[in-house]
Ligand binder design. Structure first.
Ligand SMILES: [Zn+2]
Length: 648
């Protein structure tokens, strides 16, 4: 046995060294080039290929574009601009497998990006990341021609940028007693003074951020800072409580819009931000504000009255408009999450569409620029494989393939508005991502899919071909010290959701003794008997969600033998999805007299942090036409999710 293995290994070694010495062309490059042709012949070189760089005359290729020709003379690159030249060299690096291949196929490549905005988002508030990590991340982004890094610098979990006019932001609001988001969030959500023993957090000095901006610029990447307002600002209001409606710390996460001091703060901070970040865009958040306390605040009410604002949505919009005007006067443009549409969109504002794509489409129709980052395709904080084998995550299931198949241009978008679609971005929120290694693991390889969707036209995208090209690139990333997901060990989607299940109640009518709720209706009244099972994510449209008990009666149409009744629930503590406390199963021949045949108690602990599935079922030997399935909700908060009730 041992001999055989050694022989096999040596065969593999020979094969791999053969494959490295074989000539390569552009056929393995990520993102796939706009067009290329292969020609007869190869160019062989010793150390580095001979490269000639030329500049194309204006208008020959779109911005960031290049042509690359390999022939007997070597490599000729003609680029439209500096970025195009840089990207041509990235392509060449991949063609030579970063120096491993010494023989290039004769070819001609013509390449330029589909979208001007190809971004990745980094959350440094939930967990602080080092400048070294950010630079390493920029290196990887540049390899795949990504050109925007959106850095989420502020949130309740910590302020991360030195602001000279408001030193408490970094002396206090950047530090917390607990290391992990989870301990902090489920604890008292307090901050501590810088230098307190055991304090977790950190911030970047302006000098560090300027060095990061320079580092990014050398790689043709623009860093877009995000300063959250008016919500997600608990940390600011703990340090400067006079800027909240309550005027006290630890009460609210939203600025008081009625208070002029709030605007002085925002404008002073933003002036310091744009002094460090030269980016065209500055992100001002605008998401998930709780507007309730504005209704009760005398200052906010006075503002609404003076400005003729009908409601608190318009009050937020007033703030965004004022900030947008301030930024325009400084020659910058604001981006906000799609909530900035509520109450009226500020002129010139660009929308980042995250709650699906509707916000983005609406904004395009109003003539605004948009960046697509819909949660169901672009939120890389979701688990990338079967959650039982992955590190704890915020929930959801977003494998590489699902990221890849996203098409940002939808048929409902009018052709004359498509120029407003600036591009796409992958977001990595870091609530559950404590370490930098874990962050890299979540980005790679899914960020490759974002890169290709941002750069390559949809006609050139092909999932199978992409999967063929990914492993070599991943090997290189690993060699460079990046922690990456093991694609070879991918488990994939929940098997039942792929095969479905055939059973005696399939197609039968379901009577709801408690109504279906609107947030997670799945397929409506046919959900439990359509033979379709849910996948790893409760949001996949197969799982029906309840904030009440689940109580349904299935009409089998006629009295038949019944030997089995069962349904599967899931538990995922993060988003508050729980098992029922118990399930009662009843049978009846006439629909009036029911006999309880089983009482199934939950035995899954709420301390189990991973995604858990459990079937609440019974084996019986009876005859029935009606099956009543009643699952009791055990928590005052939280959902029950059920996908199918199997009867046999
Ligand atoms: Zn107020």
């Amino acid at each position: 046995m041992i001999m055989k293995r050694i022989i096999l290994l040596s065969v593999v070694l020979v094969l791999s060294s053969v494959s490295f010495s074989m000539a390569q062309g552009p056929e393995n490059v990520i993102p796939v080039p706009y067009e290329f042709t292969l020609h007869e012949g190869t160019y062989v070189f010793d150390e580095e290929p001979e490269v000639k760089l030329k500049r194309l005359k204006e208008g020959k290729l779109p911005a960031e574009g290049y042509e690359l020709v390999v022939d007997a003379e070597g490599v000729l690159i003609r680029a439209s601009d500096d970025a195009g030249e840089f990207y041509a060299l990235q392509t060449l690096d991949q063609m030579t497998a970063y120096g491993k291949v010494k023989e290039l196929r004769f070819c001609r490549i013509r390449d330029y990006p589909r979208f001007p905005y190809r971004g990745l988002h980094v959350d440094v508030s939930r967990h602080f990341r080092s400048i070294d990590f950010l630079k390493k991340h920029l290196d990887a982004m540049a390899m795949f021609k990504m050109n925007r890094m959106h850095i989420h610098l502020t949130d309740a979990t910590g302020w991360r940028m030195q602001i000279d006019a408001y030193p408490r932001l970094t002396q206090f609001a950047a530090w917390r007693p607990q290391h992990t988001w989870k301990e902090w969030w489920y604890g008292d959500r307090m901050y501590v003074e810088e230098g307190t023993e055991g304090a977790y957090g950190g911030y970047y000095t302006k000098e560090q951020l300027r060095s990061l901006v320079d580092y990014a610029r050398e790689r043709h990447i623009e860093i877009i800072p995000e300063i959250e307002m008016p919500g997600h600002s608990e940390e600011v209001l703990a340090a400067y409580p006079e800027l909240s409606c309550a005027g006290e710390p630890y009460r609210q996460g939203e600025f008081c819009i009625g208070n002029e001091e709030t605007f002085r703060f925002m404008e002073t901070v933003l002036a310091e931000v744009i002094d460090v970040f030269p980016s065209e865009f500055i992100h001002i958040g605008g998401d998930e504000a709780n507007k309730e306390h504005w209704k009760e605040c005398p200052k906010c009410r006075q503002r609404m009255q003076e400005e003729g604002l009908e409601n608190v949505d318009e009050l937020q919009s007033y703030m965004i408009r004022r900030i947008s005007r301030f930024m325009e006067a400084k020659g910058r443009r604001i981006i906000g999450w799609d909530e900035i549409l509520d109450g009226g969109l500020a002129s010139g504002a660009t929308v980042m569409s995250w709650r699906g794509t509707k916000g983005g489409i609406d904004a395009m129709n109003m003539g605004h620029d948009v960046i697509m980052t819909p949660g169901s395709y672009c939120y890389l904080d979701h688990a990338q494989d079967a959650p039982f084998k992955e590190p704890e995550s915020i929930g959801g299931y977003l494998p590489l393939d699902s990221v890849y198949v996203y098409e940002p241009a939808e048929p409902v978008m009018p052709a004359d508005k498509l120029h407003h679609l600036l591009g796409i971005q992958g977001n990595l929120w870091a609530e559950y991502i404590t370490t930098e290694e874990h962050a890299e693991y979540m980005y790679w390889p899914r960020a490759l899919a974002i890169a290709e969707t941002g750069w390559s036209v949809s006609e050139n995208k092909d999932l199978r071909d992409f999967r063929r090209r990914v492993p070599a690139v991943m090997d290189h990333l690993e060699e460079k010290g990046y922690k990456v997901f093991d694609l070879e060990g991918e488990y994939g989607e929940r098997k039942l959701s792929l095969t479905g299940v055939d059973h005696a109640a399939k197609g039968c009518k379901v009577i709801y003794n408690k109504p279906i709720q609107k947030n997670y209706p799945a397929a409506g009244e046919v959900t439990f008997t359509d033979g379709l099972c849910g996948g790893w994510s409760y949001g996949d449209g197969r799982w029906q969600g309840f904030l009440t008990d689940v109580d349904v009666t299935i009409d089998l149409g006629e009295v038949i033998p019944v030997h089995y009744v069962g349904g599967t629930f899931m538990q995922l503590i993060g988003p508050e999805v729980f098992m029922p406390s118990k399930v009662d199963i009843y049978l009846s021949e006439d629909g009036t007299d029911f006999v309880r045949v089983a009482e199934v108690w939950n035995d899954v602990s709420v301390n189990d942090e991973n995604l858990v599935f459990r079937s609440f079922d019974t084996v019986c030997n009876a005859r029935a036409r009606y099956v009543r399935y009643h699952a009791a909700r055990s928590h005052k908060r939280g959902f029950l999710f059920l996908d199918e009730i199997v009867v046999n």
